[in-house]
Ligand binder design. Structure first.
Ligand SMILES: Cc1cc2nc3c(=O)[nH]c(=O)nc-3n(C[C@H](O)[C@H](O)[C@H](O)COP(=O)(O)O)c2cc1C
Length: 193
């Protein structure tokens, strides 16, 4: 692959990796806002625009950090034990350190067909968002962990009953670049006569 001469959009697509560790350097508001705008330009059938983004401020992030830490510690140790407290403290510190946190909601519909198409549109929006960030050098981890299903999260974010939380995005400048792999596209493609 000839990366230096590749169109920058393709370069962004091919080089993007999920980022799990971030520098403490803040992400400028303009970068985040451009990425949110890019998200809203995702394709969506019938222009349902089935997304809502919840950009978390410091105070809410601290409240969420305690919830995130409790959910993680509960999964790994018995409450009241030293091990539980260690998991809790580590997880809380990790969550508080994320430079930016954005939750993504999908607006509910009674139509199963629209629900499926809207889910695809929201995934496109999330990917637009992370690619827009990546084009500026900013990384993202797309997570569907237990935090998005916790009732307390919905209360903290004041998510209405008409919206389902489908992702949380952890955003920041990459501290390291993980490796990933893919099956060669040729093995996933059939050319028909
Ligand atoms: C719908 C969806 C849900 C995901 N949920 C998680 C998650 O809960 N935790 C996580 O670490 N990564 C999650 N990821 C990121 C994938 O693990 C990641 O894309 C995959 O490992 C490939 O790595 P890459 O993005 O660097 O190519 C999710 C990705 C998608 C599309």
């Amino acid at each position: 692959m000839d990366y230096p001469t590749m169109h920058t959009c393709l370069q962004t697509l091919l080089s993007r990796r999920t980022i799990y560790q971030f520098k403490s350097t803040p992400v400028a508001q303009t970068i985040l806002e451009q990425a949110l705008e890019a998200a809203t330009w995702a394709p969506n059938h019938g222009l349902t625009e089935p997304w809502h983004f919840y950009v978390i401020g410091r105070q809410t992030q601290q409240q969420l950090a305690r919830l995130y830490a409790r959910l993680r510690a509960d999964k790994r140790a018995d409450p009241g034990t030293e091990a539980w407290q260690e998991h809790f403290d580590r997880a809380r510190e990790r969550f508080e350190a994320f430079p930016r946190v954005v939750f993504v909601g999908q607006i509910k519909t009674d139509s199963p067909t629209q629900q499926q198409e809207d889910a695809a549109a929201v995934a496109c929006a999330i990917h637009n968002l992370q690619l827009a960030l990546w084009s500026k050098g900013v990384g993202c981890q797309w997570s569907t962990g237990p935090l998005i299903r916790a009732q307390e999260t919905r209360q903290l974010l004041q998510v209405p009953d008409t919206v389902e939380l489908v992702a949380v995005l952890y955003i920041g400048w990459p501290a390291c670049m993980p490796k990933s792999k893919r099956t060669p596209w040729q093995e996933k493609t059939s050319f028909l006569p």
